[in-house]
Design a binder for this molecule. Sequence first.
Ligand code: HEC
Ligand code: HEC
Ligand code: HEC
Ligand code: HEC
Length: 210
Amino acid sequence: MTNPANDKTGGLWARPKQKWLLGIPLGALIAFGLGAIALGTTNYVLHETSTTDFCYACHSHENFIKPEYEASSHFNNLAGVRAGCADCHLPHDNWFELVWTKMVVSLDIIPELAGKLDTAEKYEEHRAEMAESVWRQFKENDSKFCRSCHSIDAMNLDAQERRTARQHSQAADKGETCIDCHYGIVHREPEGASEIIERLQEEFSVDDTD
Ligand code: HEC
Ligand code: HEC
Ligand code: HEC
Ligand code: HEC
């Protein structure tokens, strides 16, 4: 069956002369197996904690988040493409950033248990500050979560209204990002949204001239 000539080729998988040497490839195999299981489990956990149902575990809130989201064009649209919570709120291009974000987000269990957002009134009380924090993140990362689906390069600008096409084609040069113009598309705008956006625009344009 086996060609004795192959035994002479040596290498890691050749039967070693001393029995204990077998431990090296065997150990590597076991380490690889354990690593794969650990990674598989991590990826399983990462996947399970990226579903909209997982976010609903805390953010179902029948009176606010859920009905607002389900009425939005990102839940239901002509193209039949649905953006889940994670598509707009979690990084996809960097595994370490995803794991880090999850660890930070896990800490939300504390305010959740404290009932920080458990009624519509409490949610409204905090909506503006939470929205601002999300907008700030989108200003910092140039709305990269939106860009995982949309790209201005891929837009048929000719089919858009002239003004809209101009705004899209000039956005990058003017340092504008998607949420400068598109906010409150999934969630209801908090009170004073346009003032907050303006304030962030000023803050970030000052940063650019440094
Ligand atoms: C354990 C309960 C829990 C789960 C699960 C959860 N959240 Fe939250 N989330 C909270 C609480 C509580 C807050 C308010 C935290 C605060 O402002 O201190 C919050 C805040 C937020 C905010 C506003 C963040 C900010 O910067 O102010 C976003 C966006 C968000 N969650 C999205 C998500 C998404 C997307 C998921 C699913 C991947 C998710 N959450 C899963 C409890 C949870
Ligand atoms: C998972 C993919 C996905 C992500 C992520 C996504 N979108 Fe969309 N978006 C869509 C689809 C699909 C449509 C509907 C297309 C249609 O049928 O016209 C849409 C529609 C829109 C529209 C036009 C309809 C409306 O509601 O005004 C705007 C504006 C828009 N998206 C902006 C954004 C912005 C801003 C972000 C980031 C906060 C974003 N999108 C993130 C897929 C996505
Ligand atoms: C300077 C303002 C501005 C910026 C920045 C901007 N848009 Fe728009 N966009 C508009 C206007 C105005 C419209 C037309 C009205 C509407 O649908 O909201 C529009 C429309 C759209 C539409 C619907 C197109 C259609 O005709 O159905 C999508 C999708 C969209 N924008 C996505 C984006 C994304 C993604 C970004 C970031 C890469 C972005 N926009 C950046 C102003 C802007
Ligand atoms: C198309 C992208 C998109 C999707 C899908 C989306 N969000 Fe958001 N989310 C945003 C943006 C942008 C903001 C900043 C405020 C705004 O513009 O409405 C935001 C704000 C929030 C906030 C801060 C409070 C508020 O009401 O503004 C929470 C909490 C949140 N999202 C949770 C969720 C959860 C949970 C889901 C899924 C059920 C979800 N989001 C789906 C884009 C999205």
